[in-house]
Design a protein around this ligand. Sequence first.
Ligand code: ATP
Ligand code: MG
Ligand code: MG
Ligand code: MG
Length: 563
Amino acid sequence: MAQVQRMSRLMVKTLRDDPADAETLNHKLLVRAGYVRRTAAGIWTWLPLGKKVYENVARVVREEMDAIGGQEVLLPALLPKEPYEASGRYEEYGDLLFRLKDRKGSDYLLGPTHEEIFTQVVKDQCSSYKDLPVILYQIQTKYRDEARPRAGVLRGREFQMKDSYSFDASDEGLAEAYALHRAAYQRIFERLGLDYRIVSAVSGAMGGSASEEFLAPAPAGEDTFVDCPECDYAANTEAVTFALKPVSTDGHAAVEELDTPDTPTIETLAEHLGVPASATLKNLLVKVDGEIVAVGVPGDREVDLGKLGEHLAPAEVELVTAEDFVGRDDLVRGYVGPQGLEKVRYIADPRVAPGTSWITGANKADKHARNVVCGRDFEVDDYVDVVVVEAGDPCPACGAGLKLDRAIEIGHIFQLGRKYADTFQLDVLGQNGKPVRVTMGSYGIGVSRAVAALVEQTADEQGLCWSKEIAPADVHIVAAGKAVQTELALDVAEQLGAAGVRVLVDDRAGVSPGVKFTDAELIGVPTILVAGRRSADGVVELKDRRSGEREELSVADAIARLT
Ligand code: ATP
Ligand code: MG
Ligand code: MG
Ligand code: MG
């Protein structure tokens, strides 16, 4: 017996217009279809239909986590600051962390992710290698004071995450736990009906090594990734900066190599670099009379020596080195993560006025600082990591031109190693009786974000368009007419419900068939069954929400089809 929900009793108010401040499809449609309601910036209420969809995603995640031996727990969201102080993240998270005090003045935080607390749990519960391996997970509310919580449930300040953590006594064990998660994530996203890519990622705040992201391509996404059409190379542009670094052929000379003491002419400069005087160079700064006139950054902008030569007397051209960045806060963009300045990512075009907000597609505004000062905020040599990738840049694996696309980060898996185990001295007794330091992995899925990602990828002009596994019901029955139609609709609903089919039946009186059809399309249940004109003859219409295909059937045939 599955639930029959009657629209006449369901708390759902659909809206004809998009909410005024909505920029993304998920925000517009989830609000219009009555799935969610905005309580404050980045803080959402899940209404009855939305809660059903959310729970369906959570169920799929749970089933696949259980299948790899994950044990579900539930940790608090309200956390003491001490463990996060011990790991350094109380400071490193900066403004992203919601901090609060209790009545006695002690410091607390609302958990943004739970590596510290899980490490403590396992330290308390596991003492021998025989207690390992362990995979723990929770589906829980997380808090991050995101700078721009604009994209609907895609980026909440309060949001739901499945986070899991693996604990192993050996590196091989960690590799295995990582592989298990990777496979589970593939099954999860396939079942959810998300189009996704697995890409190399930087470890960011977690401080890990091996790391991959699951990205759902969509224009609303805030990540950019490169994808090779020729081989299986794919990476978040945050990671490509490092992957492309070794490329130093055809003018992609590394800065260290350009350390010329004298003022070169274009000719000597070209000779020094081993390129023709007409070459286009990247990773190069050119200064004239002490003023920087051209900056070449691999994959971002280039210095055309030939063109420079047309406008300048060759002797005026001075090749500058990384040292010249020292003190130049107008030239450098830093990538600021929770650990402070993590990587220098971007060198501004000197023609852009200092302070101009210049954010490339690869960057997320909330993480990039302006006015970063070389020599103060980072080491001079660090800046060779500066790469912003462009479409067409050579694939580091095979050289083919890379494709660039936007995507939503729906999942992220890390091999953390012993970072947190070191902090909390998490050891277990090894086989030989000596203590062994535990190695960890951490793995996240944005459960609420997955709902938004599904909308971004599958909705159409009419509204939401759920896959069967995720939809709030299997069938949406529209009683399009008067008492006969309503009677038939409720009868069919009951029969389907009894057969285990989840039904939403629009039995509202005084609502026109037109409005009911529009609402059915907007709400997005995969199959729409219409009890309309031919109800008296026992004939209904079945419509596939996604394809729009419709077919008239006898009630018996329709029920047989749907059960
Ligand atoms: P992003 O790059 O989008 O800020 P993140 O890399 O900071 O995400 P992780 O720390 O890797 O996120 O968290 C694991 C998962 O939690 C992410 O892959 C994403 O699906 C989800 N997530 C992270 N931040 C949010 C948020 N503000 N709202 C909704 N889901 C989120
Ligand atoms: Mg983030
Ligand atoms: Mg990220
Ligand atoms: Mg991430």
